[in-house]
Design a protein around this ligand. Sequence first.
Ligand code: SF4
Ligand code: SF4
Ligand code: SF4
Length: 707
Amino acid sequence: MSLTPLDEAILWAIAVSTAYITAVLAKKLTEAEGMMQFGYSFFLLTVLAGMPAAALGYLYVPNFIGAFWAVWINMGFMAVGLIPMIYGFMLGLSDYSGANRYAKIRLGSWPWVRWSVIFLIILNEFMMGWAFLLVNGAPLVTGQFTLVRALEGFGSIVSSSWFVFSMAIEMGVSLFLFRKSFPRTPFFILVLQALIMMLTPTAIENSAWQEAAIYGSSIAMTVLFIILFDYLYKNNRLNAGFSNYIVALVGIYGLMMGGLFAWEITGDTVVFSVAILSEMFLYFGMIIRDKRFSLGGSRHWLLQPWWAFGIILTTFVSEFFMGGVLDLQIEGVNAFWGSINFASVSGGLLSRLSALAYNFLIGFSAVTGSEWFLIMMGLEMGTLVALKIRVAREFETKVRLALLMVAYAGYSVILPFFIIPSSELPRIPWVGWSMGIGSSAALAPAFFVGIAGTYLVSGSLSFLFGARQLCSVVCTAPLMYQGTFYDSMKTFNRTSRLGRKLLTSRMSGIYKVTLTAVWVSMIAASVLSYLNSVGMVHVSVFGVDTTQFMYAFYFNFLWYIIFISIPFVGTYGCVTTGMCHWGTFNQFVSRFGFFRLKVKDREVCRQCPTKDCAKACPVGLTDMPGHFIAKGEFRSSKCCGVGDCVTACPYGNMYMYDVRHWIRERLGRPLNEGMLQVQKVGVSTRPSVRSPEGRSINARLDDEKVA
Ligand code: SF4
Ligand code: SF4
Ligand code: SF4
């Protein structure tokens, strides 16, 4: 049956009022002082839930018997609702002193009571959405019952406007009622949760709404992550409730985005609906608490690698699917998904397994290499870098951070994907060749000059200014590693087992093996690609050129695996493991060029009690103070010129040296490095020059551990 606008308006009036009343009841239940107070509100909540349940009974059997069942269903709900009141009354009768007429109970102190209230709230909205969809003529779970049909029905209800909009209103009203109970950060996170619920793309079958909702929810989710990460950067101690909530929230958003991705491709809403329901439980679990929300606590998240890993992994999953959803929405499902060169899974077991592994890798790489994924990552990571610019002390560091943001946008996102059509990319080698190799096409003779030019230009810059021109500016990796939140995780370089093996400027066994394997595989892939392009062999990986495949494997897959493993590998894993051939090429050249770190006074380093430069290095080059004391300078092929060590030195004793200094020295006009006077340190002298950035979480953490 189709509804008139008036019918629809009446249904929406019912939905909105129910959402409002439910939110008010939730507040009353949370603040109930005794069992009887609690019982009244609980009874009203069950009456509210009983109404759509009864309506459903009648809608499925629209006759006298259905009406009979509707009455009984309603009475059943009311009977359950009376239990707390009867219990409270009985307790009151047995309290002969009369001093405590009704047993005192705090809702939140009994978790099962709290969860049953949350369950009732969500059940109420679910049944109302179900009933309203039936009234609208939706064929929900009619005919023979099967699990598939039940799941489809579940997905249709939860992803419908009746459910999500009502829930969003309920979230908003309850948050308004509880607004004074939350500190600022959790309050904003809850506001964004309500907003994301309102911006559910599946709610309205209209392409304009779907598009607007996908953009809107992606932006809201990105803002939520930024707020969260900024909070974590500034507060390293959390209580159990808040830290569990954060992990659960980001995990649910990962599931939600995965569900949306599946919905874009298949039209199925089950996974998405499971995520929505989980989010509801989490949200109301947070709102309805016995103790008011408190921040701070004894858990130091930087000392919990698995917790940190959970946060990075779930954030990555959310952003991965968010980028994928945007790709599908903007480019179209057929254009994007259909363009991926999936292999058919057939043949023997080995063929099937390799085809499956290949399909996973190529599908994964298609998203991580796509412009919208990079844009989403860039927006989030770029904001964290912008926050770091605010606290950076040296002007040069600010400029470098600004440059890397510009480079990320220009070199990695805007130029290759938006301005230059991909068909033209091979003609512009510097832009088209990411990581110094033909990533957009096979290695054909026509590209040799371009590739050689790429190596020459980049190598020359590294010789003159150090590998920082690449690893701290031009590459996309520094944007991801150098934002406040991710940078604060450099403490894992020294606390994780693998990270410790990769510390210092020495080349560990892992480094040598990885470096060799990467270079051998890249050269082999390039040779095969070349021979293939001139028709001497016919080799490909399921039809994909070998260099393109290796590029996808290393930079669209393995790089991200290393990135999300920061708590076990440390930061700048691409440098410390030697997995990046392009980075190692430039770092090797840099080692023999002009770039190095110098100190103004070796004696200051000898007496320095903090060695903050070593603690601040995101690559884990902890041996630099020893080099400063011995030689007054430090050169390492792993040093990629981030400069955090310079910022962290409490005596302003360090500076970076490159070809500019060399030229001025030859001209007899040495550069005046840093306006700060080096402060001599004695045994009892504390450093007076403090770096807000360098001595943030990591140095404090080290001090705490020492204490
Ligand atoms: S090592 Fe490679 S991936 Fe890492 S920052 Fe340098 S160029 Fe980028
Ligand atoms: S923190 Fe500064 S003074 Fe201390 S060892 Fe490092 S460079 Fe030298
Ligand atoms: S030693 Fe200093 S400049 Fe080199 S990578 Fe570490 S922090 Fe950056």
